[in-house]
Write a protein that binds this ligand. Structure first.
Ligand SMILES: C[S@@+](CC[C@H](N)C(=O)[O-])C[C@H]1O[C@@H](n2cnc3c(N)ncnc32)[C@H](O)[C@@H]1O
Length: 253
């Protein structure tokens, strides 16, 4: 990052005052989270899927939902995106993101906003980044539906914590009411609900297995364009096919 503006000692003090950081950024040679429990996060993760996004984003608009300290928003601006907006529900992370962007001399708009409020932006973006947020939500399908409906113009880069079976089962479109055994298949789409904590984090609510993750994305109208890593997907906005209105209640067809 270009940080000629602030002397290193002062930078260190300001970075510490803005902490604790979840993103390990390098600001003027100072690392913001050098002891991160996942390592050099998210820089090392980024190496595994950066190739699925265009190197040149000239003229494109990007929305980073749950941007945290702005690692991905900064990377998109470095790739030449015309407009990058980062939103997060936590003002402490947004203060970090604003500081990192200012120190890098990159123009990014940051707003405090929940994913459920994206309709307020009244804008569809060429690329939406929605990484590491879904399992923190009490209403994950609502978030995916709102992003499809109001924010995603073309593509979405997506990641969600997954646990359980990693296989994709062959399933019928429909099962008889008397069929129970299919639900006991380990690879049947499953969404684990965490009432208290997982990884000591009380904001982890729903953790899908792989089949559930992909089914939820499809159900919300996203097509899988690339799957560069176990939990990372590049999605294309496709057609939504679930039935909302006039759905039969009970045993009708
Ligand atoms: C695990 S971090 C992921 C950060 C970043 N997207 C990444 O992949 O490195 C989850 C982020 O989502 C934010 N977040 C949690 N709930 C949110 C919500 N309802 N709307 C927007 N952001 C949310 C948190 O404040 C946090 O910055």
């Amino acid at each position: 990052m270009d940080t000629a503006r602030t002397p290193k000692e002062e930078l260190g003090r300001r970075i510490e005052a803005l902490g604790p950081w979840f993103h390990n950024l390098r600001i003027g040679g100072v690392e913001t989270a050098p002891d991160h429990f996942l390592g050099d996060y998210p820089a090392f993760k980024w190496q595994g899927f950066r190739h699925v996004l265009p190197e040149d984003l000239t003229g494109k608009t990007v929305l980073d939902v749950g941007c945290n300290a702005g690692f991905y928003a900064l990377e998109m601006k470095r790739r030449g995106a015309a407009r990058v907006v980062g939103v997060d529900s936590d003002p402490r992370y947004l203060a970090q993101a604003r500081f990192a962007a200012e120190q890098s001399g990159l123009e990014i708009e940051f707003r405090q906003m929940s994913v459920y409020e994206v309709p307020k932006l009244q804008e569809r973006f060429d690329l939406v980044i929605f990484m590491g947020v879904l399992y923190h939500l009490r209403h994950p399908l609502l978030a995916l539906d709102l992003l499809w409906e109001h924010a995603v113009g073309d593509m979405m880069l997506f990641q969600c914590l997954q646990r359980g079976d990693e296989r994709i089962p062959e399933l019928s479109e429909n099962y008889d009411f008397a069929e129970w055994s299919v639900f006991d298949q380990p690879d049947y789409p499953k969404l684990f609900f965490v009432e208290e904590r997982y990884a000591s984090d009380p904001t982890n609510w729903f953790i899908p297995n792989t089949a559930a993750m992909e089914a939820m994305l499809r159900s919300s109208g996203f097509e899988i364009a690339a799957h560069p890593e176990r939990e990372v997907y590049l999605l294309k906005r496709g057609a939504r096919h679930y039935a909302v209105e006039n759905a039969p209640c009970g045993f009708g067809g």
